[in-house]
Design a protein around this ligand. Sequence first.
Ligand code: ADP
Ligand code: MG
Length: 593
Amino acid sequence: TPPAEKYEYQAEVSRLMDLIVNSLYSNKEVFLRELISNASDALDKLRYLSVTEPLLLKDAVDLNIRIQTDKDNGIITITDSGIGMTRQELVDCLGTIAQSGTAKFLKAVKESKDAGTDNNLIGQFGVGFYSAFLVSDKVVVSTKSPKSDKQYVWEGEANASSYTIREETDPESLIPRGTRLTLYLKRDDKGFAHPERIEKLVKNYSQFVSFPIYTWQEKGITKEVEVDEDPVEAKKDGQDENTEKKKKTKKVVERFWDWELTNETQPIWLRKPKEVTTEEYNDFYKKTFNEYSDPLASSHFTTEGEVEFRSVLYVPAVAPMGKDDIINSKTKNIRLYVKRVFISDDFDGELFPRYLSFVKGVVDSNDLPLNVSREILQESRIVRIMRKRLVRKAFDMILGISMSENRGDYETFWENFGKHLKLGCIEDRENHKRLAPLLRFFSSQSEDEMISVDEYVENMKPEQKDIYYIAADSVTSARNAPFLERLLEKDLEVLYLVDPIDEVAIQNLKSYKEKNFVDISKEDLDLGDKNEEKEKVVKEEFGQTCDWIKKRLGEKVASVQISNRLSSSPCVLVSGKFGWSANMERLMKAQTV
Ligand code: ADP
Ligand code: MG
C-alpha cells in the first residue's frame, strides 16, 4: 500500500485553528453542530447531483447521518452517506481556507478586534470543520467520493502544522460512499462521547436538519419470560415440595444497542402554520441562518393557483456584520428548495430585488424543474411570479412590524434597514405605494422622534396642498435653515431629510396620496399667500439694489430676486427650480451617491 503523504496547512488554517480554540473554548459543543452541518451539506450536494445522475446513489440510496459514541475510549464517529471527497478535495477543503463560513468567522474576529470589543458572539459563526479540534486530539476523516474509485483517509492532530492523507486499506472501514469522521476526544472532553449527551446536543442543535440523524443508543425492551416458581413461594402456598413445579411468567428488561432517530425531519415549511409555535419559527431561523437573536418578524405562507410554493420568510432584528454601506444583493439569505431538495442559496436578485436582500427565508416550489439552472431562474416566468409574491409578502411583514404595539420594533427595523427601503424608492417604481408608508423622517414638529408620511399628511393644514421637505446634513442644520422661517411662522410642518439618500428617494417618489413632495429650498416655492400689490411696490423699491448685487456677484449666482419667503433673515441662497439643491451639490461633490 502507498504510504501516507504529509501536507502542510495553508498558513491561515493554523491561525484559524488557534483562533477557534482560543475564542470558543467556553462553547466547545458547537463542534457537533458544525460537523453535522457539513454532513448535511454533503448529503444536499449528493441529492442535488443525483437528480440528473441517479447512478450516483447506486447501492447506497439511504441519505442519512449516523453518530456513534464509544464512551469508554472517548471516541465519536460521525458518518454520512453524502458526496464525500476526492483526494484533491481533501487537500483543498481541509487544508486551505476558501470557504464562506470560515471566511465570515475570520472577518468577524478581525472586526471585533478592530472595534476593541472582545465579543462572545463568535460562537454564532459557522466556524466549520476545524471546530473538531476544540474537543479532539486527533481527527480522522475517511471519505469516498462517487467521482473516485478509492477511499482516502485524512488525519490531523491538534496543534500540528501538518496533516497526512493515505488510501484506506482496512476492508472493515470501507464505505460505499460518503464520509466517516472519527474524533479522538481530549482527556477533559471525553464526556461528549456519552450517548445521552450526544442525543441532547443533536436535539438542541440539529433538529431542523432535513436528513435523518441516527444516534447509537442503548435500549431496553420488556419481555415476558417463563420462570420456574420460587420453591419458598411454593411452600407458602402450602404445596408439597415434591409436587411438580408450577410455571410462572416474569417481566424482564432486555438491553441492547441500536440506532435511534434523533431529529425531526419534517421541514417546518411543510407543516401547517397553525401548528408551528413562534418559538419553533425562531429556532428554525437561528439554526438555519446561524443567527443568535430572534427575528423581528416571520411569515409562513403557501401560494396556490398559477404557481405553487411554500415559504417561510423572516426580517432579521440585526443588520448583517460589516460596516460597509454598500447594499449587497448576494447574501445567501434565501434558500431555494424544489420538492424539498435543496437547490441553491446563491442568488443575485432573482427572487428578491437588491433592496430587499436582507429578508431571509426558505422557498420550496413544486413547479420548478429539479435541475434548475441559473439561466432558467433568470428567464423563468414562474420565478417572476414567485418573486412578485415574495416581495408582496415581505412588504406585508414589514408593514406588520410598523403596526406593532411595540414602537421600538419598527425603530429597530428602520435603523437597520431604512436605507434599503430608501434604495427601493429609487430602484422599484412599481412598489412606490408599498414603500412610501414605511418611510420615516424627522420633521420641524418632531425633531426627536421620526414620523411617517401618513402622520405628516394627517397633520396637514386644511388648505395645504403639498408635503414640504428640506434636505440638510443634520436636524440642527435643517432647523436653522432660513428657508424654514416662513413655514414655521405659518405653522406648516416640514420633513427633515438628513440622510444623504433621502432626497433622491423622495424625488423618485414625487408624490404621496396625490400630494407632491416640495423642496422648500427651491426658487418657486409657493405658499399660496402671494400679495401682488405689495410685491409690485417692493420690486420697484429694491429692483435697482438687486441689479447692483447681481453685478457685483457676477457669475457666482444665476440671479438676484426679491422674495417673500423670509421673515427675519435679510437674504438667502436658493437653488434654481431645475437645479440641484444645495444638499445634492454637497453629495455630488462628496461622491457618496
Ligand atoms: P463550510 O462548511 O463553511 O464550507 P467547513 O470548514 O465546515 O466550511 O468545511 C470545509 C469544506 O470541507 C466543505 O465546504 C466541504 O467541501 C468539505 N467537507 C467538510 N465536511 C464534509 C463532509 N462530511 N462531506 C463532504 N465534504 C465535506
Ligand atoms: Mg461547514
